[in-house]
Design a protein around this ligand. Structure first.
Ligand code: NAP
Length: 300
């Protein structure tokens, strides 16, 4: 640590939260135990920012200079309100893993309003709309709508499919399979999403009322993805364009919930429908550098 934190590294006693709020950092990040939240926090910490890291499990939050770690979950509005008192700018990393995630996120947005948060930056998904093929895209849009109507200043970051996940798609049988047809995906590296988020959080007023689309440099077909991964790994990776029913069947057999299976399958059908092929210049606009390509990510 380069400087004593406003409060120690996470050992903040629950009862001290409200009373100590004025001394806490005014810039807060949720999802600090996840990839995008952590990378954003690290990016900002490198520039000397004081951060309030909000985590479901404080023990897993990154230890950063000038960072206070506070317990917070979207499932507990009271805890969220207490964790947000004194926050001026908030990065809300979306949480799409639980059945009630939309209701929980809407509760969290309301808690942010109650706590007096001035500006909220929401990590949404590319193509979010009331009619998105990607089922979670509809819930992201509903969250966006609540944020736009909240009275807080806002910035929406619509992130494309994670490039990091693209590299992990081949199964043990060296096959990438999904009902994506000949569709293309403008996948973006999580590091680029984090750098873009950090740029917005450094100067939120300059980005108020704006929606950014964070994509990679190119829209890739799954045949191209398979070819690039083949070149990078030396394995013969192929793309199997399965039907929607085939896609549902084997994913359901993994024991995943129906909600998760539909989200999974509709990730691919959205790509087939062309809803994830738009390439934007927003990563470079925000970060000053071109987004990472798949070739670079896999070391080619
Ligand atoms: N197509 C896509 O896949 C796509 C595209 C755009 C955006 N996104 C969104 O981007 C988000 C962040 O990506 P990531 O790579 O950083 O994901 P990640 O590594 O899974 O991190 C998710 C973070 O959210 C936290 N979280 C989950 N549920 C929560 C809840 N109910 N209350 C409070 N915090 C909660 C997690 O906490 P724990 O560590 O305690 O689990 C974790 O810190 C994803 O959740 C997803 O919604 C995905």
């Amino acid at each position: 640590m380069t400087e004593a934190p406003a409060l120690a590294d996470g050992a903040l006693p629950d009862g001290a939260r409200s009373a100590a709020a004025p001394a806490l950092p005014e810039l807060a990040i949720t999802g600090a135990t996840g990839t995008v939240g952590r990378l954003t926090a690290e990016e900002l910490a490198r520039g000397g920012a004081a951060l309030r890291l909000l985590a479901r499990d404080s023990a897993r939050a990154p230890q950063l200079p000038r960072a206070a770690i506070m317990a917070c979950t979207y499932c507990d509005d009271e805890l969220a309100r207490a964790a947000l008192v004194g926050v001026r700018t908030l990065l809300m990393v979306s949480a799409d893993e639980e059945p009630q995630w939309l209701e929980q996120q809407l509760g969290f947005v309301a808690a942010a309003v109650d706590a007096g948060v001035e500006h909220i930056v929401y990590l949404s998904t590319q193509g979010a709309s009331a009619t998105s093929t990607f089922t979670f895209g509809r819930s992201h849009f509903a969250t966006e709508e609540a944020i736009r109507a909240s009275g807080m200043a806002w910035t929406i970051l619509r992130s494309a499919f994670p490039l990091d996940l693209v590299a992990l798609l081949p199964g043990a049988d060296d096959t990438v399979q999904g009902p994506a047809g000949e569709g293309r995906v403008a996948a973006v590296a999580k590091l680029d999403v984090a750098r873009a988020a950090a740029a917005v959080l450094r100067d939120p007023a300059a980005h108020a009322g704006r929606t950014y689309e964070l994509t990679g440099p190119r829209a890739l077909s799954f045949h191209e993805i398979a070819a690039t991964l083949t070149a990078a790994t030396g394995r013969r990776i192929r793309y199997l364009d399965e039907t929607v029913e085939e896609g549902r069947r084997w994913r359901a057999a993994t024991g995943a919930s129906e909600m998760r299976v539909e989200a999974w399958v509709s990730t691919y059908t959205a790509i087939a429908a062309g809803e994830n092929e738009h390439v934007s210049g927003d990563v470079e606009l925000l970060t000053g550098r071109p987004p990472v390509a798949l070739e670079e990510l896999v070391g080619l």
